[in-house]
Design a protein around this ligand. Structure first.
Ligand code: SF4
Ligand code: SF4
Length: 149
């Protein structure tokens, strides 16, 4: 889907910190993704992500195959236009960029990881916290299943 080809938020650590794996997937993908200890999941940002492309696309885990964010679900159901879905994704990127700006970092996924760690440790600045909360609200929406309330 072309929406995904300009996104990658479900692979780069923005939406998820890891991806659960089914039996056999860790062995199949070993060396091409970063596995958590025990091999039950792979870490994000995903090592197989190149730009917004998946280097193991044909062999990607079931979790990756099944996941559809709400923007994609709504687009596929004809409930929103491609332009509206793209605009929503662009807003998520803008809010993630804002988090990175508050930390004076260029690498947005890494900045987001840092901001989350700071929030957890209670060391986050009010400016970064505000930007993180604004982003998190959109991410919660994006991660909803169709029909969730
Ligand atoms: S499923 Fe959604 S979050 Fe994932 S790449 Fe596609 S548009 Fe982006
Ligand atoms: S394996 Fe591919 S689809 Fe799955 S998280 Fe990694 S880059 Fe994304």
């Amino acid at each position: 889907m072309s929406l995904c080809l300009s996104c990658g938020l479900c692979c780069d650590g923005t939406l998820f910190s890891n991806v659960p794996l089914e039996a056999g997937e860790a062995a199949r993908l070993k060396g091409r993704v970063s596995l958590v200890r025990g091999g039950g999941a792979m870490k994000q940002p995903c090592r197989a992500l190149e730009g917004v492309s998946c280097r193991v696309y044909e062999e990607r885990p079931q979790t990756c195959r099944k996941f559809r964010c709400l923007a994609l679900q709504q687009l596929e159901a004809g409930e929103v236009s491609e332009g509206d879905a793209q605009a929503f994704i662009a807003e998520v990127f803008a809010r993630r960029r804002r988090v990175a700006e508050t930390l004076d970092l260029d690498d947005e996924p890494q900045a987001l990881k840092l901001a989350r760690a700071q929030a957890k440790a209670g060391t986050i600045s009010p400016e970064t916290l505000n930007a993180l909360e604004r982003l998190t609200r959109l991410l919660m929406f994006l991660n909803l299943s169709q029909g969730s309330s």
